[in-house]
Design a protein around this ligand. Structure first.
Ligand SMILES: NC(=O)c1ccc[n+]([C@@H]2O[C@H](COP(=O)([O-])OP(=O)(O)OC[C@H]3O[C@@H](n4cnc5c(N)ncnc54)[C@H](O)[C@@H]3O)[C@@H](O)[C@H]2O)c1
Length: 351
């Protein structure tokens, strides 16, 4: 007979502050002071070294730690190397890890901050549109093992997100539009009014207009954080944000670096609409295609990646796949996500 059988309920209070705008880098020292941070280790990818050094100088005595650029930053071996570097720097539980870079850096450092000494403060300073609109928000992080994307990860909200839109100026066009593809994705399944606004903003976004970019970023933060607050651990509503990613991730893996994440999501959204058949009206597909084209994002399926067998093998690796079916969310109307199922036959019809 059990001598002890009790349940313990934990109340976890996490506060995540997000500050985004032009020139906010100058406020970073004050924002960190308000947070009560101690020593800071600024982790950046190697190609961002000059900007990271300038930022470190502004922060006074931050130590800098360079990691490889792009997805390589998220390899578990690189996380192990960064862990040894933290040990070498004498980082203790009072340290704050500050990620300065794109989504690969914020994902990798968010993970590191959640496991180093069982968790230390984490500040994200996103420098790509994708990271500022999506990756740095909501606390999901992930690292890759044996080339399998995000196989390991935690959910841990950043204590502070600071995004200076001036950091985005050096982005090449292909990287610039990526984040806005994700904002279109959010609006397509969550909010018709925001989708209509993005339709109007698309030409200005393509022309890299600063006011349009700030507005799209504000919409992204509002939409993503509303979803995350309602469903932090992705039991329900947060899955809506995976629109375009079921087929998009499979395409990204198959393309093996030949296509960028945002390109695959744009192509993936339209392929998932086709795969959903009558559940997504033709007018919705046409509207989505128009906005993506206005952003100069690709919309047609790239014929060289039409191997359905390999695509399906990649799609069923999805964490949510069950019994040969992959659940996916598509817009039943603009602004309204509906759940449907991807099967091999539906995939074959869509690519
Ligand atoms: N956690 C999440 O919720 C979430 C959401 C979406 C994407 N992600 C992840 O984000 C990662 C992709 O992130 P990303 O697209 O931001 O790219 P990235 O971090 O891989 O960076 C891409 C390239 O851009 C360069 N770069 C970064 N900032 C720059 C700047 N201001 N000017 C010039 N070059 C700059 C980098 O050096 C790198 O070479 C993927 O691993 C993806 O899985 C995570």
């Amino acid at each position: 007979m059990a001598r002890m059988d009790r349940s313990f309920e934990f109340a976890r209070r996490a506060v995540s502050r997000i500050v985004v705008g032009t020139g906010v880098e100058a406020r970073l020292p004050d924002l960190l002071r308000e947070l009560g941070t101690g020593p800071i280790v600024l982790v950046h990818d190697r190609t961002m070294a000059a900007a990271a050094d300038r930022l470190a100088a502004r922060l006074g005595d931050a130590s800098c730690l360079a990691i490889p650029p792009g997805e390589a930053a998220k390899d578990l071996d690189q996380i192990a190397a960064a862990t040894r570097a933290l040990r070498h720097l004498g980082a203790d539980r009072g340290v704050t890890l500050l990620a300065f870079g794109g989504g690969s850096v914020t994902d990798a450092v968010g993970f590191l901050a959640s496991v180093w000494l069982r968790g230390v403060r984490f500040v994200a300073c996103p420098t790509t549109t994708l990271a500022i609109c999506d990756a740095a928000l909501g606390g999901k992080n992930g690292v890759d093992l044996d080339g399998r994307k995000n196989e390991l990860g935690t959910i841990r909200q950043p204590d502070l997100v600071v995004g200076d839109t001036d950091w985005l100026r050096t982005l090449p066009d292909a990287l610039w539009r990526e984040g806005f593809v994700e904002v279109v994705k959010m609006a397509a399944v969550l909010d018709a009014a925001h989708f209509a606004e993005l339709e109007r903003l698309a030409p200005a976004l393509r022309a890299r207009d600063a006011a349009a970019a700030q507005r799209a970023i504000d919409l992204a933060i509002a939409m993503k954080m509303a979803v995350v607050l309602a469903d932090e651990t992705e039991q329900d509503r947060r899955r809506w944000l995976n629109f375009g990613h079921t087929i998009g991730h499979a395409l990204e893996s198959l393309a093996n670096g030949a296509l960028r994440h945002g390109e695959c999501v744009a192509i993936g959204m339209l392929a998932e609409c086709r795969a959903a058949g009558a559940a997504v009206p033709a007018a919705v597909q046409a509207q989505l295609t128009r906005v993506l084209q206005a952003l100069d994002a690709p919309t047609a399926w790239p014929r060289q990646f039409g191997d359905v067998g390999r695509l399906w093998a990649l799609a069923v690796q999805d964490k949510k796949a069950h019994a040969g079916v992959v659940p996916m969310v598509v817009p039943g109307a603009i602004g309204t996500g509906i759940l449907c199922e991807l099967t091999r036959d539906r995939l074959a019809a869509a690519v």
